[in-house]
Each structure stands twice: as C-alpha cells, then as structure tokens.
Design a protein around this ligand. Structure first.
Ligand code: GRF
Length: 205
C-alpha cells in the first residue's frame, strides 16, 4: 500500500510525534513523517525530528506581519514537503481559515478529554476539577473552532479518586500513543468518510 506523507505541527515535548514516528518506522502505519514544524524554538519535538533525520522548522510568529501570513508560510512548507495529512500534536495555536480550507478534512488534532467536554488547553485539569469519573482521548478533524471538528476516534480513560493532573495525563497519554497512529492508518487506507459532523469508518478497525 502506498505511504502517505505526514506533516506534524507541535509546540512542546512531542511524545505523540514520537509515537507516530515509531509506528511509521515499525511499518505499523502506511505513513512517513516528512516534516515537523514548531512555533517554539525550544520544542523538544524539533530535537526528536532531527534525531530521526526528519526536516524540522522553527517558524516564529513574530517574524510575520499577521497570523494569515504565518499560516501561509506553514502551508508553503507543508506543500514543499508534499504533505498529504497534517497532524497537530500539542500545537498551541488555532489554524486559520485558509489553512483549514487548503487542508480540508486533512488536518487532525488530538485532545486529552472526551469532546465536546473540556475543550481548550486545560482538558485534563478541567475534567479533574469538574469531578468527572471518566475522561479520555479524542482524535478529530480540525475545523475553524476550538476542538470542535468532526470526531474520528474516542476512547475513555477512567478517573481515579487519587488522580493528580499528572497521573491522569500519563494514562491519557498511553491511550493517545495508540489512538493517533490508528487514526492516521485509517486515513491512509482511505477508510474515513466525513459526512457532516459524522466520520464513518469504512470496514473494520
Ligand atoms: C497531548 O496530551 C495532546 O492531547 C494535547 O497536547 C498534549 C501533547 O503532548 N493536545 P505531547 O507534546 O505529544 O507529549
């Protein structure tokens, strides 16, 4: 099966990026990470890219007159690397209208809660603070909203009485490392069909 080119946008540590690189290298998913882009020059994600000889770019928002120009630069880089699917992995910015339009239903995000509960940057802490008994992981296509796009995969993670944000996030991470590669695999195999808000998975998982 032909492999798809994946471009990853990450702002931080990039453990999800690592899980995807590992799954690709092990031949578990028909995909290759061809470029990593970060808005943060200190992102460990960029080191992971360099370790695996994947082109990595720090793109400084401050170097551009507007968010639109910054996004346009990202699109240019992604096109240069012939990216088929864009993966947001701990990327701390929303992508703009032109970005979403250019890569319509070809941008995925992972969120550390069961959307639509607890969107935003504090998904793990918010679920804990609310007293939720179950949280989890959501992989979704990206639209113009904050964590609002059509849901591809979800998996629940029980919240324990003695959980801290750290312990819960650690168990959530373990599920993320499995779910994100799976979503990429389904996309690469052409098994995801978006019908309005619903993403149908063709065939079996
Ligand atoms: C993950 O928990 C993801 O759900 C959220 O940001 C975190 C990124 O972690 N969007 P990492 O950089 O992949 O380690």
């Amino acid at each position: 099966m032909a492999r798809i080119n994946v471009g990853v946008l990450a702002s931080g540590s990039g453990t999800n990026l690592q899980a995807i690189i590992d799954a690709a290298k092990a031949g578990e998913i028909p995909a290759e990470v061809v470029v990593v882009i970060s808005n943060n020059k200190d992102a460990f994600a960029l080191e992971r890219a360099s370790k695996h000889k994947i082109p990595g770019y720090f793109v400084d928002l401050k170097a551009f007159p507007s968010r639109e120009d910054y996004d346009r630069h990202l699109i240019m880089l992604l096109k240069q690397h012939k990216v088929d699917l864009v993966i947001l992995a701990g990327y701390m910015f929303l992508v703009g209208a032109e970005f979403v339009q250019t890569y319509l239903n070809r941008v995925m995000n992972i969120h550390p809660a069961l959307l639509p509960s607890f969107p935003g940057t504090k998904g793990v802490a918010d679920a804990l603070d609310y007293g939720a008994k179950v949280s989890g992981v959501t992989v979704h296509f990206v639209d113009r909203g904050l964590d609002t796009g059509p849901i591809i995969l979800q998996e629940a993670v029980p919240v324990k009485d003695d959980d801290t944000e750290e312990s819960l996030h650690q168990r959530i991470h373990q599920v993320e490392y499995k779910l994100y590669p799976l979503a990429i695999k389904l996309f690469a195999e052409g098994k995801l069909r978006v019908e309005g808000r619903r993403v149908k998975i063709l065939g079996s998982l």
